[in-house]
Design a protein around this ligand. Structure first.
Ligand code: GDD
Ligand code: MN
Length: 376
């Protein structure tokens, strides 16, 4: 019988069964090649390996192809509800019978030949293994466009707070089923299901196995711009999950930054339109203050977003008017003292002083937790 070795949690050596989950949408051209290569890997390494193709009702002949093939270890599941790459992968992991779960794309970007190395990494004690383009020894096809490269790099940077591996965006990964079962509140948003699992399963020991990532030669990529925007949303949720305590300050600062942009933009516009200087400064403060309120209520202190808007706003205006006053005094003071100073520079200093005072006022007065009905 085909067996592979793995160590269970007690350190005993036992035999592991592997399930490879492959999400597909219109991949009929790639499936025969993928199965051929997996068959070779399975045979040469004497693996007890089965494949679960999770197809979102492609209706491109994939089902007919799989049923006509002799391999009993390949199954196809046709999904008609809850479509999408991540839901398909999670659905496959739920159904998988293997002790070890591998996830890979169908388009042959991920070399099946690296699966044995990934299994070895797991048996060496890793709890999550990534087939990595960027780890030492990993490569991508040269004709990767600049945009895709940059995009991938920026996305990786955003994930840095969760993991310091080189390729957290990879869709090629392996983990034990017991690790998968430890996942808490999985949220299959977007394309980065590997990152989601890595974070939500609480994986500590993550290893990268270098791969050569080959460009797709048949069929089309489904990664759209919309998916990439959803990634930012995904990252925000992961932040909230992992850094609940720090995320308040972080989000407040991001909101503050948008306030600064609004403030400086309006000030510049006001001055350009010929408004009196103090009117422009005061107007910019008032409007950016309001946009900050709305964004903080929606994001930073989102537990308060169902509270009464007007009373909250009045309380907010009252509390932070002290910060706004400080902002105004600092800005005008600097300007009066050194008339040659750029108004924007003076406003910057005013914003800095105002920001600190505003956070204190908001956290301890306006959105004070005991004033808010906590969600149960
Ligand atoms: N079931 C299902 N449903 N499968 C899907 C769907 C869907 O809505 N969308 C895409 N897939 C399948 C494809 O058929 C393919 O097997 C795999 O998911 C990857 O899709 P591609 O369209 O080839 O994605 P990509 O090459 O742009 O992105 C890959 O590389 C990224 C890193 O650059 C994926 O592996 C991403 O997860 C990875 O982040
Ligand atoms: Mn692809």
């Amino acid at each position: 019988m085909d067996k592979t070795r793995d160590e269970d949690n007690t350190g005993n050596t036992n035999f592991a069964r592997v399930t490879v989950v492959v999400p597909t949408y219109k991949e009929v051209l790639n499936l025969p090649h993928l199965i051929d290569r997996l068959a070779k890997v399975r045979e040469e390494n004497r693996l007890d390996l089965d494949v679960l193709i999770m197809d979102d009702n492609s209706q491109d002949g994939s089902v007919e192809l799989i049923t006509a093939r002799p391999e009993r270890w390949v199954q196809i599941v046709v999904r008609t509800t809850d479509r999408g790459l991540s839901p398909a992968v999670l659905d496959g992991m739920r159904r998988a019978q293997g002790d070890i779960l591998v996830c890979m794309d169908a388009d042959l970007s991920h070399p099946p030949e690296r699966i044995p190395a990934m299994l070895t990494a797991l048996s060496l004690g890793a709890d999550f293994v990534v087939g990595s383009r960027y780890a030492h020894g990993g490569t991508t096809d040269d004709d990767w466009g600049f945009f895709r490269w940059l995009n991938s790099r920026v996305a990786t940077l955003l994930a840095r707070p969760f993991t310091n591996i080189q390729d957290p965006m990879s869709g090629f990964f392996a983990l034990r089923r017991t690790t998968y079962q430890q996942a808490r509140d999985l949220n299959p948003i977007g394309y980065k299901i590997g990152l989601e699992l890595l974070v939500k399963c609480g994986c500590q020991n993550v290893l990268e196995v270098p791969i050569h990532f080959e460009n797709r030669t048949r069929g089309e990529s489904k990664l759209s711009l919309k998916e990439q925007l959803r990634y930012v949303q995904h990252i925000r949720r992961l932040y909230l999950h992992s850094y609940a305590t720090f995320s308040e300050v972080g989000q407040f600062l991001v909101v503050g930054l948008t306030g600064a942009v609004v403030n400086l933009g309006l000030l510049t516009a006001g001055l350009t339109l010929g408004l009196e200087r103090r009117t422009a400064v005061a107007g910019a403060i008032l409007i950016s203050m309001t946009s900050n309120f709305l964004l903080n209520r929606r994001f930073t202190f989102s537990y308060a977003k169902d509270g009464p808007l007007i009373p909250q706003y009045l309380q907010y205006v009252l509390s932070v008017s002290f910060g706004a006053l400080a902002n105004y005094v600092v800005t005008m003071g600097l300007l009066n003292r050194s008339p040659d100073l750029a108004p924007q520079a003076a406003a910057g200093a005013g914003i800095a002083v105002g920001t600190v005072l505003n956070f204190i006022a908001m956290k301890y007065l306006v959105f004070r937790r005991r004033h808010i009905r906590l969600r149960t």
